[in-house]
Design a protein around this ligand. Structure first.
Ligand code: SF4
Ligand code: SF4
Length: 289
């Protein structure tokens, strides 16, 4: 058994229910697996949000809940002395609250900032995947079924953005969700095997609007838009919608792109753009062929 959580950024609506449930569970409650989480200064699940887009015509937000990824080969475990960080047989990575005393290097080793330093106790602390609850035979989950026990953040998520389960079971819901979505690991953990699997973290979009010739003052619906990367020869296509807008998501980062807009009876329009960040490339006015 290898327990994990799939985190789907596309479904996260930044409601902070997971954050609140984590606080409810761990603040003021210590176990053999962790000292109590302080009320302030620690967020074992951190809902990270940022604004996307470089123009007020197309602004979006991205939301990524970040918690300890429970790495298969944890950097924090390598940095620890005296076995202060260990991996359980179910894959959950635990910082021993007693053995880790004074070991700030454990906190510093985590590449995603998932460990917090408790100044008062002088220990590093992080998400336990609620292992203390999963181990507790008296904890039945809010559904009253021991087989449905989940970490508190997963239980609290109203939008199914967090899925918990056994990554070793090919028929588990978590594996089905991972298989049917885009795996987008956190950049700092790129290439590493982790038991928390991030899905659908956005990359870069290009967007624009197409109009008929300026005098017509009308948007063009159904214009063809093709974005091509000359370096990799990949291309992506879409059409303008009822507002004349187009948008292509999930583009590879830091590539120069050629954009071509075509519509029957009108001259093609060409642009160039770089996917260094999200761009609204502008308004394009067609001219009669
Ligand atoms: S995400 Fe950070 S704290 Fe969690 S196991 Fe990996 S290195 Fe350790
Ligand atoms: S509870 Fe779910 S939807 Fe709300 S912030 Fe957390 S992950 Fe996102």
């Amino acid at each position: 058994m290898r327990l994990g959580i799939a985190v789907d950024s596309r479904l996260c609506m930044a409601c902070y229910s997971c954050f609140t449930a984590c606080k409810d569970e761990h603040c003021g409650y210590a176990s053999a697996l962790s000292a109590a989480q302080p009320m302030m200064g620690q967020h074992w699940i951190d809902v990270r949000e940022w604004e996307r887009g470089d123009n007020s015509r197309r602004i979006k937000t991205a939301t990524v809940p970040v918690l300890c990824s429970h790495c298969q080969d944890p950097a924090c475990m390598k940095a620890a002395k005296n076995g202060a960080v260990y991996k359980r047989p179910d894959g959950i990575v635990i910082i021993d609250p007693e053995k880790s005393k004074g070991q700030k290097e454990i906190q510093e080793a985590c590449p995603i900032g998932a460990i917090f330093w408790n100044e008062e106790l002088e220990i590093p602390q992080k998400c336990t995947m609620c292992a203390e609850l999963l181990d507790d035979p008296d904890y039945l989950s809010y559904l009253g079924d021991p087989k449905l026990k989940k970490p508190r953040c997963v239980e609290a998520c109203p939008n199914h953005a967090l899925i918990f389960g056994d990554l070793d079971d090919p028929d588990s819901e978590i594996n089905k969700v991972i298989a049917s979505n885009r795996i987008t690991q956190l950049e700092a953990l790129e290439g590493k095997e982790t038991n928390v699997v991030h899905l659908n973290i956005p990359t870069v979009f290009l967007a624009g609007t197409v109009y008929y010739p300026m005098a017509d003052e009308e948007v063009c619906i159904g214009a063809n838009v093709k974005v091509t990367c000359p370096e990799t020869k990949e291309s992506w296509t879409t059409e303008t919608n009822d507002f004349g807008d187009w948008e292509i998501e999930w583009l590879p980062k830091n590539k120069n792109m050629d954009i071509e807009i075509t519509f029957d009876g009108y001259e093609p329009i060409s642009y160039k753009a770089c996917t260094d960040t999200d761009h609204y490339v502008g308004m394009a006015y067609l001219t009669k062929a």
